[in-house]
Design a protein around this ligand. Sequence first.
Ligand SMILES: [Zn+2]
Length: 251
Amino acid sequence: MDDAQLLRYSRHILLSELGVDAQQRFLRSHALIVGLGGLGNPVAQFLAAAGVGTLSLVDSDRVDLTNLQRQILFDTGVVGQQKVDAAQARIKAVNPEVRIVSVPVRVGAAELAPLAAGADIVIDCSDNFATRHAVNRACVAARRPLVSGAAIRFDGQIAVFDLRDPANPCYHCLFGEGDELEETRCATMGVFAPLVGIVGATQAAEALKLLAPTGRSLAGRLLLLDALAMEWREVRVVKDPECPVCGVERR
Ligand SMILES: [Zn+2]
């Protein structure tokens, strides 16, 4: 690290749990962020500010006026722009050292496999079950840690699936694909603005801890937040040996 980097990242370097070694690992790391909505905004912003060297940003949407209530990476002047382009401009302004890989397409299994394999960590900030399951499959296949988040109305969820170890559960072990019948979307249900910040910042924290590595990750646990009562609950996540994605017959 040069003098400017030692200054820029000094408040991380001061933390004995991180220090120079973890900061250098951040600089060498590549994070894949799937979705640049309410969750992807703070995730991208914190990972860029923290000096994660390369960010792959995936989103096919353009910035809409209805996004600005909670998607704090965007401003009124960028309504109508591709989200990946608007995000890249803001991230470059915060930290010009971060390399951005823009993926302005709607991703499925074919696109996600090489994207996940090329990253050190995957942060799922998508808003639908089909994408979440496709991201999970790609992470299981590539053995990449997956930091998953969701937010709707006043309810948030965060989980980590450390798929580097095949003994650990995957997203499908927790949420089977039959469960997506009652899929709820922000467009119809609404979402409380700061909720996406709380969930997204928690995802960013878990991603940095895994990259460092430091502390105890959320792997094997699902955090549930009721922001209306400001109550957190924790549920243990166990591996389903019959899971069609990560189960024993797959190995
Ligand atoms: Zn599984």
